[in-house]
Write a protein that binds this ligand. Sequence first.
Ligand SMILES: *Cc1c(COP(=O)(O)O)cnc(C)c1O
Length: 457
Amino acid sequence: MEGMQDAAWLSNVDGKFDTWPYKRMRDAETEPLSKEESKKKMGRRWVDPVQGLASVRHEFGEHGGVNMSIEASATFTVMEPETMTKLFTGELGPDRDFYVYSRQCNPTVLNLGRQIAAMEGTEAAYCTASGMSAISSVLFQLCSSGDHIVASSRLYGGTHALLAHFLPRVCGISTTFVDIEFPEAVESAFTPSTKVLYFEAMSNPTLTVADIPALASIGHNKGATVVVDNTFAPLVLSPARLGADVVIHSISKYISGQSDVIAGALCGPAKLVSDMMGLQQGSLMLLGPTMNPTVAFNISGRLPHLGLRMKEHCHRALLFARRMKSLGLKVIYPGLEDHPQHQLLKGMANEGYGYGGMVSVDLETTEKANKLMHHLQNFSQFGLIAVSLGYHETLMSCSGSSTSSELSKEEQAVAGISAGLVRMSVGYTGSVEQRWRQLHDALVALNLVAEGAKWKD
Ligand SMILES: *Cc1c(COP(=O)(O)O)cnc(C)c1O
């Protein structure tokens, strides 16, 4: 299976990256496609994430069902014992519909991977049991003991802890954290052993937007692999199209949309994904962060309406951000003109989705933040006090004492997280004006805005 390269987990965005016919075409070619060639070919057909998704070959169910089947098998049989040998030497594999064991490769999970790859415009993708396992598998594959990572100082708390504490202790992989708004700082953080530049496209919870093309070019000049977490901005941003090598998703958030599963994905070059599935040195194969095929089936059924959901999340987030700001509140939202990266985001974003569904409001003290969230959940029915994002209801959390509490007070200050920062993942249920009334009444009841003050759209 070591030889099982560039096969069924490829997206077929340009019609060539299909399952076994792709392999056959490749057999006819003497050399595999170079990175540039494959980029060029992908680039011709890939217009935006939703069109990428719609260009994937539809996977039918086993009996012709419009939905794909769930392959609920851990192990797979062969008709001839000799075939098993061929599976282990890599002569036969998923590209010809041969499978061995679902930790390495399950057809249902594989199909979701093809869809996610098409959405992000990468050659390949692999779906994992969580966002964190996607992140750690990628880093374990790209770095060895003694290697170095340059990472943004504004990261998801779990990722920060992995890089700052776990990786140095367990395997001597060290990280230098930098403010990615300063290119010189990023550049000077590199050492001869730097293998990865890691950042989030839109960062949790201060909604800082990364200059993906500029950072990718710094990383590439230094010979590093550029890994970008796009969990906060699916469809809005396409990091691989802007220069990133690997794109990470916590599917648990927007892509799932129902806050009912934990899942993740990594999207990148076919060679990397193949290596990660290798029997001897593959982090996915050996650490086993496998996605359950039932989860893959469920997520695959939600991808078709991700575009509709994102548009409404983004639409309402912009509206509430504008109105709250016009009432004098300190609002952080990249769709507002006064956001430091508003123009940057406008220049990078795919057209028609908006500026993201997350809005942060800085109420200065934890006490005020908690009072507002309590009122919004328990009196006005505006949303729920919970971490995470991408749910159909609005979710609210006070970042400093929840999702970013892995960071010390000093680290929080560096990342721009104030004690009273309320992060909202804006939902789309109910009517817009009904939800605004609930939010506005709570703000007035708690004297956070003056009664009778007029807001502007
Ligand atoms: C939630 C999250 C993760 C971790 O994903 P899980 O699916 O919870 O493991 C990673 N990065 C970001 C930006 C997240 O929001």
